[in-house]
Design a protein around this ligand. Structure first.
Ligand code: NDP
Length: 240
């Protein structure tokens, strides 16, 4: 039977590439997004993949949306926790709001969405969860205490849930991308970005499709022995 995959933040950037790759690999895909209706509309028109709007940081909104996705698309076999934001500043300038927004969107979301699909996966004896962390969750990054903490938190969550779920046919893995060419990275000042690229051994930014290819593998039946792992895809920039 065709498997159902949900990709949070699936309408733009890395998430959109993941949706398209999973769609091509034969999954029934549902994308989610937070507020950019125009991007979501363009994405659905281009791909035919439905997009569901809700805040991944809000448990009640996630609950309502997951129920709708299950009803309209089917029970969730594959969950890709990809939605994320940055609110960068050195700690002495970080506001409590910027701390909470980043932790809520990047880390609470992983709890919210995983919590809402895990019982069904356990009952059916199959599941794939892939959490999109970041190189900066592994290495730390000045100006990103909030983001580094949330992305590092994802790695602990991944290992714990992998242990809980292994005997039920469910794998839980994380991908830690380096700098990938999306709007999030295009928002970095050009002079800072060129310094970043200089430090990447392959001398270029990564492509969203390069992350998507790993997701397709981790979602597959062949990846059943890979669990609790963090896959770094960063052009050799950091070896954890
Ligand atoms: P983008 O900014 O291009 O896209 C982010 C996506 O997440 C959008 O679909 C956005 O929806 C959605 N989103 C944001 N906030 C919420 C929310 N509160 N509720 C629901 N959806 C939300 O990001 P990228 O593609 O660059 O990044 C994807 C993931 O990869 C993130 O977790 C990011 O931290 C991580 N990452 C990215 C790297 C990079 O170099 N780009 C490097 C390492 C990790 P909307 O369109 O409505 O805003």
């Amino acid at each position: 039977m065709t498997k159902v995959a949900v990709v949070t933040g699936g309408t733009r950037g890395i998430g959109a590439a993941i949706c398209e790759a999973l769609d091509k690999a034969g999954y029934k895909v549902a994308a989610t997004y937070g507020g950019n209706d125009e991007a979501a509309k363009k994405f659905t028109e281009k791909t035919g993949i439905p997009a569901y709007k809700f805040d991944v940081g809000n448990f009640d909104e996630c609950k309502e949306a997951v129920a709708k996705i299950v009803e309209e698309v089917g029970p969730v076999d594959v969950l890709i926790n990809n939605a994320g934001i940055t609110r960068d500043a050195f700690l002495h300038k970080t506001t409590p709001k910027h701390w909470h927004d980043v932790v809520q969107t990047n880390l609470d979301s992983v709890f919210n969405m995983s919590r809402l699909v895990i019982e069904g996966m356990r009952e059916r004896g199959f599941g794939r969860i892939v959490n999109i962390s970041s190189i900066n969750g592994q290495s730390g990054q000045a100006g990103q205490t909030n983001y580094s903490a949330a992305k590092a938190g994802i790695l602990g969550f991944t290992k714990a849930l992998a242990q809980e779920s292994a005997s039920k046919g469910i794998t839980v893995n994380a991908i830690a991308p380096g700098y990938i060419e999306t709007e999030m990275v295009r928002a970095i000042a050009p002079e800072i970005l060129s310094k970043i690229v200089e430090k990447i051994p392959v001398k270029r930014l990564g492509k969203a499709e390069e992350i998507a290819a790993m997701v397709v593998f981790l979602a597959s039946d062949q990846a059943g022995f890979a669990t609790g792992a963090t896959f770094a895809i960063n052009g050799g920039q950091y070896f954890a």
